[in-house]
Design a protein around this ligand. Structure first.
Ligand SMILES: Nc1ncnc2c1ncn2[C@@H]1O[C@H](COP(=O)(O)OP(=O)(O)OP(=O)(O)O)[C@@H](O)[C@H]1O
Ligand SMILES: NCC(=O)N[C@@H]1O[C@H](COP(=O)([O-])[O-])[C@@H](O)[C@H]1O
Ligand SMILES: [Mg+2]
Length: 396
């Protein structure tokens, strides 16, 4: 029970990160009458455009983070990206603030080392072989030890930023440079992972709420340069594979604890299911649930966070999503082709409203439903291909 936004008894939710995923979280929170505050490193971020108010701060700076949280005194703090001063979240939790799902979960998943060691070394979950390196020399040793191809990633990054595949030992230096330039935080530590030749990869959305743990139907996806371009639900898997996937997801989410949605990323291989990583928050590939489920991953996150019951989640139809990415840097552009995309059957579009385009930046997503999953995938891809980031002429 809570009062209206802006009133003395309002329920206040503060998001750390205000991208396209946060925007949907804010919209869902507002449907339940929650007061929303969006925070990010730049102005006019997507979630800021729909939240009650917003702040621009360096979220990797602990003092700025604590200052804004002490000022706002939110009832719930919702990390929306990894790159946050998570040690400050641990302190804030100690003070009595509620961090979603827990400050420890945010801390462990912000860097690949924390979550990988927890999954592989503490829980004994199957993962790709891995090593960590703090210098080019150490990286070269790791590449020799793991063999090629292997995948190199900054320990703090997301959406494939700074990630590369090393095909031969003499590529190690180029991979090192990519990682150092691409990480979201200025860390020089990288993870080197043995390359997994998977048959498919999935996100298993797992919801922890007062009602217990439930799983959404598996979401299949395709990634390009470490970033998702297409996802669909349900992904076809055998009963045995699904049980294995659910048991890994249950183990890691039970360990992280708290209430909320988790995107558990898994590789499906001939030999079995391999754990990749987990986001204690909605997942980009899960945007497809906006068209497939009775409760989207955003609605589920908000309900779980607020301590509300989630007795079940239903897949209403097979469906798919496909992304629009910008190719050039610009602040004077429009997302065009929406009319053409929406002329396709059972298709929707979300335009994120990011104020700046950059090469590779995700700007919009197309969502399509169809009783035939393959048709849904085809239509979503077609819709996304009709969307374009178009530059205005200088005079306009
Ligand atoms: N060890 C690996 N073997 C094979 N492919 C991999 C490996 N690690 C990552 N990939 C590929 O790169 C993609 C992105 O990797 P990962 O999820 O670790 O990066 P990320 O930057 O955290 O991405 P996101 O934030 O979108 O989840 C994976 O979904 C997979 O397609
Ligand atoms: N894979 C994680 C992911 O998709 N996160 C989503 O992308 C935003 C950052 O986008 P930007 O880099 O374009 O600002 C984040 O704020 C989040 O919504
Ligand atoms: Mg990932």
């Amino acid at each position: 029970m809570w009062g209206a936004p802006f009133s003395a008894h309002a329920k206040k939710m503060l998001l750390l990160g205000s991208g396209e995923l946060g925007k949907e979280v804010v919209l869902e929170a507002q449907r339940l009458g929650v007061e929303t505050i969006a925070v990010d490193r730049y102005a006019n971020a997507p979630a800021m455009q729909v939240a009650h108010r917003s702040h621009v701060i360096d979220m990797l700076d602990a003092d700025s983070l604590k200052r804004i949280i002490h000022q706002e005194k939110p009832d719930v703090i919702v990390p929306e990206i990894e790159a946050i001063a998570t040690h400050a979240l641990l302190e804030l939790e100690e003070e009595g603030f509620h961090v979603v799902p827990t400050a420890r979960a945010a801390r462990l998943t912000m860097d690949r080392e924390g979550i990988r060691r927890l999954a592989a070394e503490n829980l004994g979950l199957p993962t790709a072989g891995y090593r960590f390196a703090d210098s080019l020399e150490e990286l070269k040793e790791a590449v020799v030890a793991l063999g090629t191809p292997c995948v190199i990633k900054p320990i703090m990054s997301s959406s494939g930023k700074g990630q590369s595949v090393c095909h031969a030992e003499d590529e190690a230096e180029a991979c090192w440079n990519t990682a150092i330039e691409g990480g979201r935080a200025k860390s020089t530590r990288v993870i080197v992972e043995a390359f997994v030749s998977f048959e498919s990869e999935i996100t298993l959305l797992t919801v922890r709420s007062v009602s217990g743990t439930i799983f959404c139907k598996p979401i299949g996806h395709i990634q390009k340069d470490g970033d998702y371009v297409e996802s669909w639900q349900p992904h076809g898997m055998s009963e045995v594979q699904l049980k294995e996937a659910e048991s890994i997801a249950k183990a890691i989410t039970d360990e992280l604890g708290g209430y909320g949605i988790f995107g558990v990323e898994l590789f499906v291989t001939k030999e079995g299911i391999i754990f990749s990583e987990v986001s204690p928050r909605p997942h980009d590939t899960g945007m497809v649930t906006m068209i497939t489920q009775d409760l989207s991953e955003f609605a589920l996150h908000v309900r779980a966070i607020l301590g509300l019951p989630i007795p079940s989640v239903e897949l209403l139809t097979p469906g798919a999503s496909a992304t629009l990415k910008a190719e050039n840097a610009s602040t004077n552009f429009a997302v065009g082709g929406v009319e053409d995309a929406l002329s396709l059957p059972r298709t929707q579009v979300r335009v994120f409203g990011k104020p700046e385009a950059r090469n590779g930046r995700r700007m919009a997503v197309a969502l399509s439903a169809d009783t035939d999953l393959q048709k849904a995938r085809y239509t979503a891809k077609q819709a996304a291909s009709l969307l374009k980031v178009e530059e205005y002429d200088h005079e306009q």
